[in-house]
Design a protein around this ligand. Sequence first.
Ligand SMILES: Nc1ncnc2c1ncn2[C@@H]1O[C@H](COP(=O)(O)OP(=O)(O)OP(=O)(O)O)[C@@H](O)[C@H]1O
Ligand SMILES: [Mg+2]
Length: 260
Amino acid sequence: MTESDSHALLRIGQLSHQFQMDRENTPVLQDIQLHIQKGEFITLLGPSGCGKSTLFQIIGGLIRPVTGEVMIQGEASTGKSGHISYMPQQPALLPWRSVLDNVLLAAEISGTAGSEARSRASEWLKQAGLAEYEQHYPHQLSGGMQQRVAFVRALMSPQELMLLDEPFSALDAMTRQEMQQWLIRIWEVHRRTILFITHSIDEALFLSDRIYVMSARPGRIIEELKVPFSRPRTDELVLDPDFAAHKHRLYQRLKGEPTA
Ligand SMILES: Nc1ncnc2c1ncn2[C@@H]1O[C@H](COP(=O)(O)OP(=O)(O)OP(=O)(O)O)[C@@H](O)[C@H]1O
Ligand SMILES: [Mg+2]
């Protein structure tokens, strides 16, 4: 175990997984090793089908891997749920509940939806630019606004580690950029630990402290990149020649791998 591993909020070692498809065992994840320290913004960057969402489900305890272990805050958590807060690719808001009641769902389930939780939820919604929409229903919001509600809901969960599975992939390019900038502003103030999934090299470089680059299926980690850009980051960063150089290299790296 290395120095950095010993303080990890999340540590995954020697993890492999396979699914049965057409009666054959198909390897999906191979020898995954990674660690996340408290307060880091880490991204998994990899092609479609390489096993990213499967890895999230394993971290969330919904799938038990064939081999390997998930350690959360030093405790063996393989196959155990409830340790992380999870924002799926689709916002998955409950259509019959208002924005505020959607955000308060987790607190309600855990019996802590008192006035303190309500005022925290209102404050978060205000920071997300949704103060006037508390009493609206999901279908009355745009896609980007629904994503922000889902994000606020994940923020309201007490778990330190947030998993975000391609949260912006369904949005148009402009809205996506706005959402990235919004996320980075919120994160730079609050520093929750985030594990983020994306196919987008730009998104990974703009947001992350470190990036784990994955190969096509079966997903392996082919590179770990410490992103050298200082914070706070602004949209000007994408014009930096260093940004372009990293982007080009990562593109070549991903292209050099056989695709699924
Ligand atoms: N429950 C399952 N049973 C069988 N095969 C599965 C199951 N879930 C995922 N797979 C397969 O595992 C592989 C990885 O799927 P996964 O959803 O993890 O990929 P991904 O990297 O998240 O892709 P994308 O970027 O398109 O979301 C795919 O080939 C998929 O068909
Ligand atoms: Mg996926």
